[in-house]
Write a protein that binds this ligand. Structure first.
Ligand code: ATP
Ligand code: MG
Length: 287
C-alpha cells in the first residue's frame, strides 16, 4: 500500500518537516539507538497508545524506529495490524534465546517502523522466565547480541505490560529512558511512588544508566476541573519531569487500533495526532 499517497502526502507538511529537523539534529546518539521503555504498572493508562503513536510519529519523520511489544495482551502488535499465529515466534522466543530479533521482526503499515510482536501464548510461557539465567537481562542481552540489526534504528520503544513483573523489569534493564503515561483521573498519582521506587531499585542494582525521560498526561478532558486539578498536581510533584504536551481524550486515538494504524494515518489532523507529534518533538529534543 502506498501510504503516502493514500493518506494525502501529509509527510511533507510543515509539522513533519520541523519534527524531522529535530529528529536529525537532536535526538540521535552516534552509534546506538536510544531505548525508551513506556511503563506504568497501572492498567489502561495509555502506555500502548503512547508507544504506537510516539514510535509512528518519529518513524514518519524519517527515522528508523523499532517497537518492541513486551505485553502478552499483544495490544501494540494488534494495534499495528500484526497477529502472531500459533507456532510462530514472538518476542518471547527471543527472551528464551530460541529466536533472534531479526527473525521475528515484522513490517508494519508505517514506513520506517519495525515491530517485534508479542503473542498471547506469552501469558502462560512467562512462568519460565524466573528460572532462566540472567533473567532480568534477557531483553538487554538480545539487543546487545544483535548489534547489526539494532544498529539500523535511531529509536527503540518498548511497550510494557501493566505490572512490575519480570517483563517490565527486563524492559527497564534494557532501556536508557523511561516514559511514564499518567491518566488524568482521580487516582492518577496512586501507584506512582511504587513505580518510582522500582525504577530506583533498577538504577541501583541492574541499570545505573536508566533515567526518567518524563511523565505524560493522557486522556485529558480539558472541560472538567478534575483534569486541570490532576495536571496541576502532577506538575507540582514532578515539575521538571512532566512533559508540556498533554494528550487529550480523543475518540480517533481509541479507534485507530481497530484499523491496525497509528492515529496519524487514520486522521492526521485530529487532536490526538497533533498531540503525539508534539510529544515526539519533546522526546526527541530532550533526548
Ligand atoms: P494496559 O495496561 O492494559 O496495557 P495501556 O496502559 O497500554 O493498557 P492503552 O491500551 O493505551 O492503555 O489505553 C487504554 C484504552 O484507552 C484503550 O482502549 C485506548 O484505545 C484508550 N485510549 C488511550 N488513550 C486515549 C486517548 N487519549 N483518548 C481516548 N482513548 C484513549
Ligand atoms: Mg498496553
Amino acid at each position: 500500500m502506498d501510504v503516502d499517497r493514500k493518506y494525502g502526502g501529509y509527510r511533507s507538511g510543515p509539522r513533519q518537516a520541523s519534527l524531522l529537523g529535530a529528529a536529525l539534529h537532536g535526538g540521535r546518539r552516534e552509534g546506538r539507538a536510544l531505548i525508551y521503555a513506556i511503563a506504568n504498572q497501572k492498567g489502561g493508562v495509555g502506555k500502548t497508545t503512547t508507544a504506537i503513536n510516539l514510535a509512528a510519529s518519529i518513524a514518519q519523520a524519517g527515522e528508523q524506529v523499532l517497537l518492541v511489544d513486551m505485553d502478552a495482551q499483544a495490544n501494540a502488535s494488534h494495534g499495528l495490524g500484526v497477529r502472531v499465529k500459533p507456532g510462530q515466534p514472538s518476542v518471547f522466543e527471543v527472551l528464551l534465546g530460541e529466536a533472534t530479533l531479526a527473525s521475528v521482526d515484522r513490517p508494519c503499515p508505517v514506513p520506517n517502523l519495525h515491530l517485534i510482536p508479542a503473542s498471547p501464548d506469552m501469558a502462560g510461557a512467562s512462568v519460565m522466565l524466573p528460572f532462566l539465567d540472567r533473567r532480568e537481562f534477557r531483553l538487554k542481552d538480545a539487543l546487545e547480541r544483535e548489534k547489526e540489526f539494532v544498529g539500523q534504528f535511531g529509536f527503540v520503544f518498548i511497550d510494557c505490560p501493566p505490572s512490575l513483573g519480570l517483563l517490565t523489569i527486563n524492559s527497564l534493564v534494557a532501556a536508557d529512558r523511561v516514559i511514564i503515561p499518567v491518566q488524568s483521573e482521580y487516582y492518577a498519582l496512586e501507584g506512582l511512588a511504587q513505580l518510582m521506587s522500582t525504577i530506583n531499585a533498577v538504577q541501583d542494582r541492574l541499570n545505573p544508566g536508566l533515567r526518567i525521560a518524563g511523565l505524560v498526561l493522557t486522556m485529558m478532558n480539558a472541560r472538567t476541573s478534575l483534569g486541570k486539578q490532576v495536571e496541576q498536581e502532577l506538575r507540582t510533584h514532578f515539575p521538571h519531569l512532566t512533559y508540556r504536551t498533554v494528550v487529550p481524550r480523543n475518540i480517533r486515538l481509541a479507534e485507530a487500533p481497530s484499523h491496525g494504524l497509528p492515529v496519524s494515518m487514520l486522521d492526521p489532523t485530529c487532536p490526538g495526532s497533533d498531540a503525539y507529534f508534539d510529544l515526539a518533538l519533546e522526546v526527541i529534543s530532550n533526548g
